[in-house]
Design a protein around this ligand. Structure first.
Ligand SMILES: *Cc1c(COP(=O)(O)O)cnc(C)c1O
Length: 339
C-alpha cells in the first residue's frame, strides 16, 4: 500500500531507533532529562526564540500557545481554513475560554487587508481581540507558504493593533525549504511558534512550543495540568532530534514529487487542480464526475491511499518514505483511472 494520506504515517527506521536507545534520559517533569533539555535549547535557538517546550502533539503546542497569549473572553483571529479552528476539537473555547473569529484569506493565508475590519474597537461590550493565528505552511490551504514580506507586514499590523502572534508551524520545515527564509526570522515575527517533528520530518511523536522564557514557564504548568508532563521522554526527543538532523533536507524531494503528481493530475480530464497551489508536499485536487469517496475507493484498489478533503476534493501528502518508484505507481494509477 502506498500511503499518501498524510506525512504523519512514516515509521521509525532502524537508524532512528538505534539513536533513541543511546539517549541520555531523566525525569523531565523534574526538568532532569538531558536529551529533552538539549533539544529544546537547540530548536529554540534555531528559530530565534529563548526557550522551548517538548510536547506530545501539535494540537497541544497550538493550544498552549493560545493559552499563554490570551485571557478568557478574548477573541482570536484565524483564517477559516486554520487547523486550530477546524481540527482541534474546539479546544480553544474549552481550554482557553476564547472565541474564534474566522476570516476569509487566500489558500489559508491572511493579509492585513483581510484582517483590518475584524479587530474590535475596545468598547466595554466587545470581546478583546488579542491574538492573530497564522499557519505556515497552510494545511487545508494546500501547503502554501508565506513570503518574508507577507509575514513582516502581518507582524507590523499585529504590533500596531496590540495583537499577539501565534504561528502554527507544524510544517514550518517545508516552508523553510521552499522559501529559503532563515529560521531565526520566524522568531522575530511570532510570540509563540508550534513546530511538529512528526510530520514530514518523520519522528514517531513530538512537537514543540517556542517562545520567551516567561511564556514557556507558564506553558510548562499548563502542559502538566493537561496531562502532558512526561518522564523519560528523552527517548522521543532523540527521535525528533534524529529526524531534524537527518530528514530536514529530504523535504525538497517530497516537494518535487508532489509537483510531479500535480502535473499528472492536471493532465487528467476527470480531475482538476490549481497548479499554483502546490508549493510544498501537499497536493489538493478535485474530482469532476464522482465523489471523492468513490474516487478514493478506486485508488485504494490500485494500492494507493489518499484522504477526502471535501465532497469532491482529495488530498495527497508526500513524505520521505515514498520514493520515485512509489510515485511512478501513483502517477500511473491516477492516469489509468481518471484520464
Ligand atoms: C498536524 C497539524 C497540527 C497538529 O497535529 P497533531 O496531530 O496534534 O500533532 C497542527 N497544525 C497543522 C497545520 C497541522 O497540519
Amino acid at each position: 500500500m502506498i500511503d499518501l494520506r498524510s506525512d504523519t504515517v512514516t515509521k521509525p527506521t532502524p537508524e532512528m531507533l538505534d539513536f533513541m536507545t543511546k539517549a541520555e534520559v531523566g525525569d523531565d517533569v523534574f526538568a532532569e532529562d538531558p536529551a529533552v533539555t538539549a533539544f529544546e535549547q537547540k530548536v529554540s535557538a534555531m528559530l530565534g526564540m529563548e526557550a522551548g517546550l517538548f510536547v506530545p502533539s501539535g494540537t497541544m503546542s497550538n493550544q498552549l500557545g493560545v493559552k499563554v497569549l490570551t485571557n478568557p473572553g478574548d477573541e482570536i483571529l484565524i483564517d477559516q481554513n486554520g487547523h486550530i479552528f477546524n481540527y482541534e476539537t474546539g479546544g480553544a473555547g474549552f481550554l482557553s475560554g476564547v472565541q474564534i473569529s474566522t476570516l476569509q484569506g487566500k489558500k489559508g493565508k491572511l493579509s492585513p487587508e483581510d484582517i483590518k475590519n475584524s479587530v474590535r474597537g475596545g468598547f466595554d461590550w466587545e470581546p478583546r481581540t488579542s491574538m492573530l493565528c497564522l499557519e505556515n505552511t497552510t494545511n487545508k490551504g494546500g501547503g502554501v507558504c508565506y513570503s518574508k514580506d507577507e509575514l513582516s507586514s502581518l507582524k507590523s499590523f499585529a504590533d500596531q493593533n496590540n495583537l499577539k502572534v501565534h504561528l502554527d508551524g507544524a510544517r514550518i520545515w517545508n516552508a523553510m525549504i521552499h522559501t529559503g527564509i532563515e529560521p531565526t526570522f520566524f522568531g522575530e515575527i511570532a510570540d509563540t511558534i508550534s513546530v511538529c517533528f512528526s510530520k514530514g520530518l518523520g519522528a514517531p511523536v513530538g512537537s514543540m512550543l517556542l517562545s520567551n522564557k516567561e511564556n514557556i514557564a507558564k506553558a510548562r504548568r499548563f502542559r502538566k495540568m493537561w496531562g502532558g508532563g512526561m518522564r523519560q521522554v528523552g527517548l522521543l526527543a532523540a527521535a525528533a532530534d534524529f529526524a531534524l538532523d537527518n530528514n530536514f533536507s529530504k523535504l525538497k524531494k517530497d516537494h518535487e514529487r508532489a509537483q510531479r503528481l500535480a502535473e499528472a493530475v492536471d493532465g487528467c480530464s476527470n480531475l482538476s487542480i490549481d497548479l499554483n497551489s502546490v508549493e510544498t508536499n501537499i497536493v489538493i485536487f478535485d474530482v469532476r464526475n464522482e465523489s471523492a469517496v468513490e474516487a478514493l475507493a478506486k485508488l485504494e484498489e490500485k494500492g494507493v491511499r489518499m484522504v477526502p478533503f471535501g465532497p469532491n476534493t482529495i488530498r495527497a501528502t508526500f513524505h520521505y518514505q515514498i520514493g520515485d518508484a512509489e510515485l511512478q505507481k501513483v502517477v500511473d494509477s491516477v492516469k489509468e483511472l481518471f484520464d
